[in-house]
Structure formats: structure tokens, C-alpha cells
Write a protein that binds this ligand. Structure first.
Ligand SMILES: [Zn+2]
Length: 284
């Protein structure tokens, strides 16, 4: 891996969206890279499953502690959940921009400036942000009405503005070297690369459990992470993986083959079976 310490900026639409690249962020934080997480919204209108459930009941049967909960209390809970999840991966710098939700750039243009300010303050090398692409048949209609795509437009626009010199400003412009989108927003054949996060499985489960407000019970969290990271990992040839899509092809000094690929080319089949399943040595 590159020896230079990197600065990462992760921009999400809502608090829980951080989890989709959490283990990769943890790997970088552990190697001394600086990681900052910015959630554009508080997640006020996303996955408030309890409120949804109560409002489906006849008025007389509703739990008023849920239906009367103040929105700022719910937002505060989600902020705490995000901080708790980030702490599992060694990330302390967590910021919430409190943009109006549902988030639409056209209604909250100031958010683009807010993200630009963060970029100019932190001067990140890497940005991990929501995908601006509308992939898959279910997503064709959702883009214009979706917080995640709008968060992508806002962050990529802010990235462009941060790299643009302004009259009357003493702050030097800053170019983000590379942007990546979590693979969760793409089909498998669109992934650019995988990160082996097998060693981070338990922390990904705990991060999922942290979002109690969204109904993430222990069983739900463990099952979700086993199925989703396990599925990606299975195709990557490891137990658990996070996938990413690059914004654009990177310029490399030559062909780079990761150590993992070189090691795997040399390993016997029995080791592959062990690695992908965690099972004991076959044919013993
Ligand atoms: Zn979200």
C-alpha cells in the first residue's frame, strides 16, 4: 500500500449510509490515515420504522411516546448512533450538516457550500461518497427523488467547487485526488475492486446493531452483514468484502497487482476453501 498518510472524507446522505464503507475506513484509520465522516442529513425521514408502524395502527392504539417524539430527539438519537458506529472503526471526526430532509440540492443549495467548506478545511486526498449513477431497473425512476443520488450530486459539485479558484478568497483551491462509490449501490458486474474486510466482520455487525432506531436487532444485524458482505466476499474469493466503484480510471505508474492477488495465485485449493468459508482444512 502507498506509504503516504492519506486524508479521507466520507460523505453520506444519512447516518446509516456510513456503514457501507465502514470496514474499509477502519482499515485506513488503523494504518494512520485521517478519516472524517460527514452526514448531510440527520436521517430524520429515513427508516423511522417505529413511527411508521405506529401510524399504521388505528389512532386509539398508537404508542404516543413514539408518535409524539420530537423530531430533534430522533435526530439526536441517530447522531449518537452514527458516532457510536464510527468509533468502532477508530473514527472520531463525525459531522452532521442538518440539511433539510428529504434532501434535494435544488432546495438546499447551501449544503453544497457547506461540503465545499469541509473539503477546503480538511483537504482530503480521497472522497468516498454516494453514487450519482442510477443503476439497475429499480433505480431508474428513483434518482430524481432520492436523497442518496442528491447527496452524490451535492458532494461531487462541492468537490468541483473546492478545486476552483475564487476571487476574494485567501484559501487555496484543493483537488481531491480520487473519489469512490460504495459497491452497495451497484450491480456486481460493475464493481471496480474489493477490499477484504474479513477481520472486520464483528465490528460491521456491531455497527449495524448501533442503529437501534432503525429496528436493527442483534439477529437482524448479524444476518444482514453475513448475507451482504458474505455475498460480496464470496465473489471476491474471501469471507467478507466491501466493494467499490471508482469515479474514473486512475493513472498508475504501471500495472499494480496487490499482494493478496499474488499470494492467492500461489495458494493450494484447500487454503482457498478455508479462506472463503472459515472452515477447517479439507481432506485431512
Ligand atoms: Zn440512506
Amino acid at each position: 500500500m502507498n506509504q503516504q498518510k492519506l486524508r479521507f472524507l466520507v460523505v453520506t446522505a444519512h447516518p446509516h449510509d456510513f456503514t457501507h464503507s465502514a470496514a474499509t475506513c477502519g482499515i485506513h484509520a488503523a494504518r494512520g490515515d485521517q478519516v472524517t465522516v460527514v452526514s448531510i442529513g440527520t436521517g430524520l425521514y429515513t427508516h423511522n420504522e417505529r413511527l411508521h408502524g405506529e401510524l399504521m395502527k388505528p389512532p386509539g392504539e398508537r404508542d404516543r411516546t413514539v408518535t409524539r417524539q420530537r423530531p430533534d430527539h430522533y435526530a439526536k438519537t441517530k447522531a449518537e448512533e452514527l458516532r457510536k458506529a464510527c468509533a468502532l472503526f477508530g473514527i472520531e471526526d463525525v459531522r452532521i450538516l442538518h440539511a433539510e430532509e428529504p434532501f434535494r440540492v435544488a432546495r438546499s443549495p447551501k449544503t453544497v457550500e457547506d461540503i465545499r467548506d469541509v473539503i477546503l478545511e480538511l483537504r482530503p486526498h480521497v472522497m468516498i461518497t454516494q453514487s450519482p449513477y442510477l443503476t439497475g431497473h429499480h433505480r431508474l425512476l428513483s434518482g430524481a427523488l432520492d436523497d442518496h443520488a442528491e447527496a452524490a450530486y451535492a458532494s461531487l459539485e462541492a468537490r468541483t467547487l473546492a478545486a476552483t479558484a475564487r476571487y476574494g478568497s485567501d484559501v487555496p483551491p484543493h483537488r481531491v485526488a480520487a473519489a469512490y462509490f460504495p459497491g452497495v449501490y451497484f450491480e456486481k458486474d460493475q464493481y471496480d475492486f474489493y477490499v477484504d474486510v474479513t477481520d472486520w466482520f464483528e465490528r460491521r455487525v456491531q455497527a449495524e446493531m448501533a442503529f437501534r432506531s432503525q429496528g436493527h436487532t442483534d439477529d437482524f444485524a448479524r444476518r444482514r452483514i453475513a448475507v451482504t458482505l458474505g455475498s460480496i466476499g464470496w465473489y471476491a474469493g474471501v469471507m467478507y468484502a466491501e466493494a467499490f466503484v471508482r469515479e474514473k480510471p486512475e493513472v498508475l505508474p504501471g500495472i499494480i497487482v496487490a499482494d493478496n492477488s499474488l499470494e492467492r495465485a500461489e495458494e493450494p485449493p484447500s487454503q482457498h476453501i478455508r479462506r472463503i468459508s472459515g472452515a477447517e482444512e479439507p481432506w485431512k
